[in-house]
Structures are given as structure tokens and as C-alpha cells.
Write a new protein. Structure first.
Length: 403
């Protein structure tokens, strides 16, 4: 459902009111809950005790505008191990969050009125970060019927003369799509033609499906592996990578023509030096965290198993079809209008009625910019038992509509 501007907030409040009611009554299953630790996915902090103790015994404040050199070296080593990419620690800037990373990029490398081109649908945050830095935003469409693929034609139609940045989010939130090599190549061609900076947001990079027979995740196509003549700024961090959002550590990797990359790093380091938001302790812990391969494998395997639960159970829910997620922790389902009464044929009314009747909370697609009024967004990060129960409730409820 696409509410009018003056009624949008009341509509969101109605869904939140139902959610709070179901929570008070003890029947809520929140299938849009993306809190790792609340869903049993947390880093075993006891593994950090010795590292923390060593830091505290010799704690000295040694600020660096790009971040601690040992932490930046650990990031470079992680890219070598995860993607066989050669990343220089000198091309890394450590920040406190992905949002701050976007903010630093907009602050350091844009001027007022520049335009940021975002994927739609997308997480409803980046428009606010851009506006805060006096930038404007546009979007390029990702469509359900096209598997949410990025097309060069859509990118070209969306580019305007004032564009400065093109944003790629892979794996994508909320579509669950991982951009393939052809899509990455298209993005780079458009950036090359229009002299755009490509921002690659890969914060959900650990979650890639399906694994091969040996249990290995499919590779993630990364623009910085293919770009020598385009400035690519890659954002990642340990919030999703190690399920440690409380440690507040993210980073930007700059890659591109030598002089352009050097200028970008200098500008970003200067902006970062004004805040130095990431704590020295988190940076001290980073080599240990990124070196913990057992936790990395356990985390990605656990989320993959939860995705499997979703795929096993969603097919029999006859009132919706799922766009198969090959990355991330989200998925988009489209309502089958021919199976539903007229009053449930838009995303918000369906989500409200489902929540009221069953206690299962999903998001209407319009919250993420999905415009066709018949899509829902959910996350499969939920702990296995409530995830299975929530999907079972949806199936039982939907049976009344299936002919």
C-alpha cells in the first residue's frame, strides 16, 4: 500500500500498535527481527577476555586518522583470505558504523546538491543520511519479476547530470539478492561513462547461499576486484560479519586509479580525524575477531540453516510466492492476489490482519520502497523454533483462503 504523505505515519503506527499488543499478550513472533544476539547469534565474548586484559594492562591512546595500523592490516588480511584480494592497509579507513561510513563519504567527497543513486527497494536509512549532508537522492528499480536484478538500462535511465555516487548493496536488504558478475560489470560501465563514484555496501557479505558440496559459500562478486579505472568505496564491518554490533566497528576500503584513490583516502582520513568515533579497544580486538574462523563458519552455517527452514515451509503457504534469497538475512514475498479476498490484497492490510489474527509480524513492502502494493518483507534470522512456529501460523491462517 502506498499511503499519502500525511497519512503515512498513522499507518505505520497502526502496525506498531498491533505489534505491541501481540507482545503484551505473549503471542508475538517477530519475523522481521534482525537482532543477532536476541536470536541466539552472538560472539562468545569469553574468547576476548585475554585480549581485553592485555589491552587494559598497557592501554595508551594512539590515535590515527585512518584507524589503528594493526586493525587495518587485519582487514587487509581478511580480504586476502575471504576473496583473494590484495588490499593495502593504507587504503582502509576505520569508522564506528556503516552509517558513519556513508556520512564520511558524503562529507568528504561531495558538495551540496550532489545526487546519490540508490537501489529501490532498499533499507530506509540512506536517504536520511544523504539529506543530513545536504545531498539529494534518486533511485534505480529492482523488480520482483526480474529477480531483483540490476540492469544497465535501468541505471542509465536513472542517472542525471548531478549524480555523484552510485550505490550497490550486495547482498541486498531487503531483497536477499547478491549481484552477479554481469551486474557488477554493468555498474562499473555506468560509473565509467558518467564519472561516478561507486559505493559498494557489502555488510551482509558472510551470508551467501547455497553452499557447495564441500560446504563452501559461493563467491561474492566485488567491484574492487574488477575496477582499475573507477573509484570504488567498499563498506563493511563486524556488526554483521561477527554478530558484534555492540563493538561499533566498520570500515571503508578505497580502490581505483592511484591518484584518485590517494586523494579519496586523504579526504576521508581528514573527515574521520574530526571524530575518531571507533574506540581503541574495538580496534585492538579486531585482529582476534577477524581471525576467528570457527565463529565465522558457525555463524554463516547457522543463518544458512534458518534460511533452509524458510524455504522448506514457505512453499506450502499458498497465498504468497518467495523471491529466493541467495544472500543476506531478508527475503521478499509477493501476495497471490487470486487467492485472497479483496480487502487483503495490499501489503499493509495483509500485514495488519495477519498480525492481529496470528501474532506474526511481517513488514509491508512499501516501507522499503516496493511500489506494487502486494509484497511483504521478512527476515529468516529468527531463532529456529520461533521461525518454524511463525511460518506454521502463517500457513494455518492462510489455509482459509486457498481454494
Amino acid at each position: 500500500m502506498q499511503p499519502d504523505t500525511d497519512t503515512q505515519q498513522p499507518n505505520v503506527t497502526a502496525l506498531e500498535r498491533e505489534r505491541l499488543s501481540a507482545e503484551r499478550e505473549g503471542r508475538l513472533i517477530d519475523l522481521i527481527d534482525t537482532n543477532f544476539s536476541a536470536n541466539g547469534l552472538r560472539y562468545p565474548l569469553e574468547r576476548l577476555h585475554d585480549t581485553v586484559a592485555r589491552y587494559l594492562r598497557d592501554a595508551r591512546y594512539r590515535p590515527h586518522s585512518q584507524g589503528d595500523p594493526a586493525a587495518r592490516a587485519a582487514i587487509a588480511e581478511w580480504y586476502r583470505r575471504d576473496a583473494a584480494l590484495s588490499v593495502s592497509p593504507d587504503a582502509v579507513i576505520i569508522t564506528a558504523s556503516a552509517s558513519e561510513s556513508y556520512g564520511l563519504i558524503f562529507q568528504a567527497l561531495a558538495t551540496q546538491g550532489d545526487r546519490v543513486l540508490l537501489p529501490q527497494p532498499g533499507y530506509p536509512l540512506f536517504e536520511h543520511v544523504a539529506a543530513y549532508h545536504r545531498l539529494t537522492t534518486g533511485s534505480y528499480p529492482l523488480r520482483f519479476d526480474e529477480g531483483f536484478r540490476i540492469t544497465e538500462e535501468a541505471l542509465e535511465r536513472a542517472v542525471t547530470p548531478d549524480c555523484r555516487f552510485l550505490v550497490m548493496i550486495s547482498p541486498n536488504n531487503p531483497t536477499g539478492r547478491m549481484a552477479g558478475p554481469a551486474e557488477v560489470a554493468a555498474l562499473l560501465r555506468v560509473c565509467r561513462r558518467h564519472r561516478l563514484i561507486l559505493i559498494c555496501d557489502e555488510v551482509f557479505s558472510p551470508y551467501r547461499y547455497p553452499p557447495d558440496a564441500a560446504g563452501q559459500r559461493p563467491p561474492l562478486p566485488r567491484p574492487m576486484a574488477a575496477a582499475e579505472d573507477v573509484l570504488v568505496l567498499t563498506i563493511n564491518g563486524i556488526s554483521k560479519l561477527r554478530a558484534t554490533p555492540e563493538l561499533k566497528l566498520s570500515w571503508i576500503v578505497a580502490h581505483g586509479p592511484v591518484s584518485t584513490q590517494s586523494e579519496a583516502v586523504d579526504a576521508l582520513a581528514l573527515a574521520n580525524d574530526m571524530y575518531l568515533s571507533c574506540t581503541p579497544l574495538s580496534q585492538h580486538l579486531l585482529p582476534h575477531l577477524l581471525g576467528d574462523l570457527d565463529h565465522e563458519q558457525w555463524l554463516s552455517r547457522s543463518v544458512a540453516e534458518r534460511r533452509g527452514t524458510l524455504l522448506e515451509r514457505v512453499d506450502r503457504i499458498g497465498v504468497m510466492e518467495l523471491s529466493l534469497p541467495d544472500g543476506g538475512i531478508h527475503a521478499v514475498a509477493r501476495l497471490r492476489l487470486d487467492a485472497l479476498p479483496k480487502h487483503l490484497r495490499d501489503d499493509e492490510q495483509f500485514a495488519l490482519r495477519l498480525l492481529r489474527d496470528t501474532g506474526v509480524h511481517l513488514h509491508p513492502g512499501y516501507l522499503y520502497g516496493i511500489t506494487d502494493d502486494q509484497c511483504l518483507v521478512l527476515s529468516f534470522l529468527k531463532a529456529p523454533n520461533p521461525l518454524a512456529e511463525g511460518l506454521e501460523r502463517v500457513w494455518e491462517w492462510a489455509r482459509q483462503f486457498v481454494r
